[in-house]
Ligand binder design. Structure first.
Ligand SMILES: Cc1cc2nc3c(=O)[nH]c(=O)nc-3n(C[C@H](O)[C@H](O)[C@H](O)COP(=O)(O)O)c2cc1C
Length: 168
């Protein structure tokens, strides 16, 4: 059984434990790397061609406008196929209630028929928001398993939770 983690994560100024801080590694990336280690999964990071502002408030603004316009921002590199994987972990921060728009750009390119999808989200209080509904559409043909929702303040304490979830 082979697996891959497709994820988005932004470093720069971000909430961490309820406080705005400059972080070198995004919260979702921390979880993605646990999965890489615990399930021997490959990693694919979805990166926008034009980086989001490091400044948190500016980023919030750009992301909101993008979502309102239902944009598909260009991404640096596109994962062309998930044919060789059975299990696909999809990880993202909750951005305005759902996945960041570059994840739509990437996921819409892939054929999810017959795949098992394990979604995970990091957030500042809203959990998955409406992202699971969006994932239903984005991962047409996949079986979407119970997701894992991790508050941003606790990503560095979440390894055991991630382990339990993988083994469910
Ligand atoms: C543009 C933007 C929008 C966000 N919107 C929400 C939100 O609607 N609800 C929420 O709980 N957290 C929200 N957050 C907080 C992030 O989901 C949270 O800090 C997450 O762990 C960041 O993950 P990352 O470091 O992997 O990018 C938002 C953060 C950003 C930058």
């Amino acid at each position: 059984m082979s697996s891959i983690v497709i994820y988005f994560s932004r470093n720069g100024e971000n909430y961490f434990g309820g406080v705005l801080k400059n972080i070198e590694k995004g919260n979702t990336e921390v979880i993605a790397e646990y999965i890489q280690e615990l399930d021997n999964a490959d990693l694919f990071k979805v990166e926008p061609a034009v980086e989001y502002p490091a400044d948190y408030m500016e980023c919030i603004d750009v992301a909101k406008k993008e979502q309102q316009a239902d944009k598909r921002p260009e991404i640096k590199e596109t994962l062309e196929s998930i044919e060789s994987y059975d299990t696909v972990y999809i990880g993202f921060p909750n951005w305005w209630g759902t996945l960041p728009m570059p994840m739509f750009t990437q996921l819409e390119q892939l054929d999810f028929t017959g795949k098992t999808v394990n979604p995970f989200v990091t957030h500042e209080g809203s959990g998955f928001g409406s992202s699971l509904k969006d994932l239903d559409k984005l991962c047409d043909g996949a079986e979407i398993k119970k997701g894992l929702s991790i508050p941003d303040a606790s990503v560095y304490d979440a390894k055991d939770r991630v382990k339990g979830w993988i083994n469910e």
